[in-house]
Structures are given as C-alpha cells and as structure tokens.
Write a protein that binds this ligand. Structure first.
Ligand SMILES: NC(=O)c1ccc[n+]([C@@H]2O[C@H](COP(=O)([O-])OP(=O)(O)OC[C@H]3O[C@@H](n4cnc5c(N)ncnc54)[C@H](O)[C@@H]3O)[C@@H](O)[C@H]2O)c1
Ligand SMILES: O=P(O)(O)OC[C@H](O)CO
Length: 320
C-alpha cells in the first residue's frame, strides 16, 4: 500500500511538530516553509532545539500539488493570505487557533471561502509543539461536519503517542481552540498580579462556561468544551509555563505593557488578536463573555490590571 501523503503548510513550531508526527505515523510528508533554507533535515531546529528534522520530510518553498490531507499550520491572521497560494491539493485541515480579526471568521469559514468544494476539518487539543515533536504522549480532536471522514483523516495521523479523537462538532472545537488562548492570557495576568491559585482556578472554570455559551450560540455544542479542545487545552494553556498566551498574560499582570512584551517576541500569541475578534463575535450573537471582554479591554490598554480585577469581582454572583 502507498504511504499517506501529508502536506503541512507553515513551518513555525506547530507545522514542524505536525510534520514530524505525520512522518512518525508513516506518511510521506511535504513541509511548505516561507524560508525553507532555514530548515535542514538531519539537523536540530532553531525553533524546536530538542528536535532533529527527519531526513524523510521534504522541506520546500513549493506548494504541494496533491495530498491525502493538507494541514494548515500558519497563524490565524495569515491564513487567508497563505491560502490564496495553496492549490486544491486535498482535504484541508485547519491547525491554527483563532478568529480572523477583520471578518470574525473561524478557520473553517476562511477555508470554505477559498475551497467551497473540498472536505475540511479542524485539529485542536492540548498540544505544545515541542512535546509533540519529541514524541511525548498527548491527544487531540479532529472535527469535521461528519464523523466518518473525520475518523478517516484522524487515522492517517494517529500513533500511540498522538491519539486523535474524531468529532462532528467543528464549531465547538474551533471555539475551544480560539477562546482558550484568551482565557490563558487572563490566567497568566491573574498569577502575574499575585491574585493566587484559587483565583486562577475560578477564572478557568468561569472561562469554560464562556466557551460553552459561545459554542452553543454559534451553532456548536456546549458539551464539546468538556473535551480535549476545551477543558484539555484550557488546563494546558492556563497552567503550562511554556504557553505563549499564559506567559504574555503573566507579564501583563506584572505590569509590563503589551507593546514591550510584543517587541521581544518572535512567536505568535494568538489570544492577542483573537480577544477583540471573539468579543465582537459574542456581541453579534448576544453572548455574555465577561472574562474575554475584560482581557480585550486590558490588551487594548483601556483598563489596567486593578480595574480588570475589580470588573470581574464586582459582577453579580449568579447560579451555577
Ligand atoms: N506552537 C504550539 O505549541 C501550537 C500548538 C497547537 C496549535 N498552534 C497553533 O498553530 C498556529 C501557528 O503557530 P506556531 O506556534 O507554529 O507559530 P510560531 O510562533 O512558531 O511561528 C510563526 C509562524 O508564522 C509564520 N509567519 C509569520 N508571518 C507570516 C506571514 N505574513 N504569512 C505567513 N506566515 C507567517 C512564520 O514563518 C512562522 O512559521 C497558531 O494558530 C497556533 O495557535 C501552535
Ligand atoms: O503556547 P500557546 O499559548 O500558543 O499554546 C500552544 C497550544 O495551543 C497548546 O495547545
């Protein structure tokens, strides 16, 4: 039997980790990079120093012509521009987490505009790239509009260390991936400001309620957020020190300005651009998202950390 052909678009940390994982699953891998010359198979990688890129992966600046699945692993705000250069090579899998700032579109909506006739799905879960690339165990969910094709696609990438569950709730999974980054900024800010572990746990839990309401309000299921793309990714991103979103929040909570934090970063913290976008989406659908709203105001510099804290603590206490 011929090996599965997997194309990965984007050679940031996540694209590389997915390429390594697909190679581990036995696929023939085509990795598209904007700067392919910076990636040498057989050598350690600048962005993932613990990992040597397998020789079997083809790293190139050429887009793939045909694939059994195309994994799109570029930052959300660049997805549309990159897709304009991607041919209709095969089923498209969104691996980015966020909401498009200008249109408020979720990843699969952006993909559907470019490729209305192609099958599409979203991959999300508690997955730090450096751990996946090293082959440490984790799980994720792959969601499409129907369960059977999602299961088929998931089987191409699954190994004992990377367990891909299938789902038919693509909206819930996309909402989880996008919104958890915003909650992680809030969790980081809570710890950075010295508000304590109890506060962080309470915030994660109330954040989860926002994810559930958002999913339901946008046509997905609230229950999906009890899974890997919701609770799973919230736990990781709100507590894992290597989360870019958590660490950005931590620095904000310690009093650094967003401008200073971003000046020293070369990697993407998706929550920064997703916070105002997902807030606008929530308002459009009349969904209450107080934590996301507070993070959005904090990032915009409209309120400081003390006011952010007061806003959340002065809300009326409801029922659970
Ligand atoms: N890193 C992780 O642990 C991880 C895990 C799961 C999902 N993700 C998601 O994957 C997506 C990509 O994140 P990452 O961690 O690989 O990014 P990264 O921070 O490692 O790298 C940024 C990437 O963006 C690319 N880029 C920068 N400007 C661009 C432009 N104008 N057009 C196209 N590409 C451009 C860079 O070449 C680089 O590949 C994000 O949505 C992220 O949330 C990341
Ligand atoms: O480092 P972060 O905060 O971008 O999180 C990476 C992944 O999304 C974790 O699942």
């Amino acid at each position: 039997m011929n090996a599965t052909r997997i194309a990965v678009i984007g050679a940031g940390a996540w694209g590389i980790a997915l390429a390594v994982q697909a190679a581990r699953a036995g696929a023939r891998v085509h990795l598209w990079a904007r700067h392919p010359e910076s990636l040498t198979p057989g050598r350690a990688l600048p962005r993932l120093p613990q990992v040597v890129l397998p020789e079997s992966i083809t790293v190139t600046g050429e887009m793939p012509r045909e694939a059994d699945a195309v994994l799109l692993a570029v930052p959300m705000q660049h997805l549309r521009a990159v897709l304009a250069h991607v041919p209709a090579a095969g089923p498209m899998i969104a691996c980015c987490k966020g909401v498009e700032r200008d249109t408020l579109a979720l990843p699969l909506e952006v993909i559907a505009e470019r490729f209305p006739g192609l099958p599409r799905a979203v991959l999300s879960g508690p997955n730090f790239a450096h751990e996946v690339a090293q082959g440490l165990p984790t799980a994720a969910v792959l969601a499409g509009g129907e369960l059977a094709p999602a299961r088929d696609l998931a089987d191409h990438l699954t190994t004992p260390e990377f367990r891909l569950y299938a789902s038919d709730d693509a909206i819930g999974v996309q909402v989880g991936g996008a919104a958890k980054n915003v909650i992680a900024i809030a969790a980081g800010a809570t710890i950075g400001a010295g508000l304590g572990e109890n506060a962080r746990a309470s915030l994660i839990t109330r954040g989860l309620a926002e994810l559930g309401r958002l999913s339901q309000g946008l046509g997905g299921r609230a229950a999906t957020l009890s899974g890997l793309a919701g609770v799973g990714d919230l736990i990781l991103t709100c507590t894992g020190a290597s989360s870019r979103n958590f660490s950005l929040g931590l620095a904000l909570g310690q009093g650094e300005s967003l401008e200073t934090i971003l000046r020293h970063r070369t990697t993407v913290a998706e929550g920064v651009s997703t916070a105002p976008a997902i807030l606008a989406l929530a308002r459009r659908h009349d969904i209450a998202v107080p934590v996301i709203e507070t993070v959005s105001l904090l990032l915009a510099g409209d309120i400081g950390m003390a006011e952010a804290r007061d806003r959340l603590l002065s809300r009326p206490v409801g029922t659970e």
